[in-house]
Design a protein around this ligand. Structure first.
Ligand code: ADP
Ligand code: TRP
Length: 320
């Protein structure tokens, strides 16, 4: 089974990225042949400063490796280190119906958020289809918001196979962990960089603590019973605490007598402890920049070999 996923290096990763995409991907690396990449070609649709993009890519690699991506088990690389994918993207675009792209939510959502509506942004799902199809991928672990893109990938592959021969491209399946499909942000909306409501995986202790301690709550008094299910604090706590700790918090909510400040403190401590081993590993990697560069270089070589073979197959079928 071949597993493939990518993540854009468009800023610091948050716990929504972690539980929605990174952690499931890392877990899957024991179950098949995993290919994971930092989607820098995609990030060009929003990051338009060379130095920033280079720095973001390096940080993204650090974060992913620190969180447990094992470059011995998985092939880990930068998207742009396999330029063959842009050729496949063009080949796919010649069979992609306009209507299919016009139905994609993410383009409209991004334009609504103020991102310039470029052709690249509109055609993004075709490049994403090429990303997936060029490795003959079986499974694509992503958060729920990417599900439509994997469906578009399947539609494009089906069309290619109808025109140029059955079996030419393998049909991938999205894999979404329903319990983590949507991690809630500090303001109750979906956690997202663009809403400024994130808790980052890594960062300065003081600022992160402050963010958690400032979560907005209702004005139910300390002594009164509270509903855990209505609280973001309780919701986020479940990501980090063990079963008995979660149960204890739920009871304290229902029984009254404990204030929100105390619950936030418990959330902070559980979160900070959860990422402690990852922080330590990140420090080690940071001191060994060459190792990170070498991992990406070797990953790119392995990825490129596979990609070149699949691209050759498609070129031939299409008459090139
Ligand atoms: P953002 O919304 O912060 O810009 P991205 O769109 O770059 O995040 O998402 C990167 C990956 O993380 C995708 O696979 C996406 O589905 C996943 N992801 C992002 N936010 C969340 C969330 N709040 N809950 C679950 N998964 C998420
Ligand atoms: N579009 C994805 C995101 O914004 C990133 C991505 C690019 C991706 N290519 C991919 C994810 C291929 C899975 C497979 O998060």
């Amino acid at each position: 089974m071949r597993i493939l996923s990518g993540i854009q290096p468009s800023g610091a990763f948050h716990i929504g990225n972690y539980f929605g995409m990174m952690e499931p991907s890392i877990r899957l690396q024991d179950e098949g042949e995993a290919y994971y990449f930092i989607a820098d070609y995609h990030a060009l649709t929003t990051v338009q400063d060379g130095e920033t993009l280079r720095q973001n890519c390096f940080e993204a690699a650090l974060d992913f490796l620190a969180c447990g991506l094992d470059p011995v088990k998985s092939v880990f690389f930068r998207h742009s280190a396999v330029p063959e994918v842009t050729e496949l993207s063009w080949l796919l675009s010649t069979v992609t119906p306009m209507g299919l792209l016009q139905r994609c939510h993410s383009y409209k959502d991004k334009v609504d958020k103020g991102i310039t509506p470029s052709h690249g942004l509109f055609a993004y799902p075709v490049l994403m289809a090429a990303d997936i199809l060029i490795y003959d991928s079986d499974i694509v672990p992503v958060g729920k918001d990417q599900k439509q893109h994997v469906e578009v990938t399947r539609d494009i592959a089906i069309k290619m196979n109808e025109i140029f021969g059955e079996g030419l491209l393998k049909l991938p399946k999205p894999q979404i962990r329903e319990s983590m499909a949507k991690v809630t942000g500090l303001d109750g909306q979906k956690m997202s960089k663009s809403y400024g409501n994130t808790i980052d995986i890594f960062g300065a202790e003081k600022q992160l603590r402050k963010k958690i301690m400032k979560i907005k709550t209702d004005s139910v008094e300390v002594d009164h019973p509270k509903d855990p299910e209505a609280s973001i604090i309780y919701e986020l706590y479940q990501l980090f605490a063990n079963e008995s700790e979660v149960e204890a918090m739920a009871n304290d909510f229902r029984n009254g007598g404990v204030g929100y400040g105390d619950f936030k403190k418990r959330l902070w401590e559980a979160y900070w402890e959860y990422f402690a081993p990852m922080r330590a590993r990140r420090e080690e990697l940071l001191a060994n920049r060459d190792h990170v560069d070498e991992v990406l270089k070797q990953g790119a070589e392995r990825a490129r070999e596979l990609a070149t073979g699949v691209l050759g197959r498609v070129r031939h079928a299409m008459g090139l």
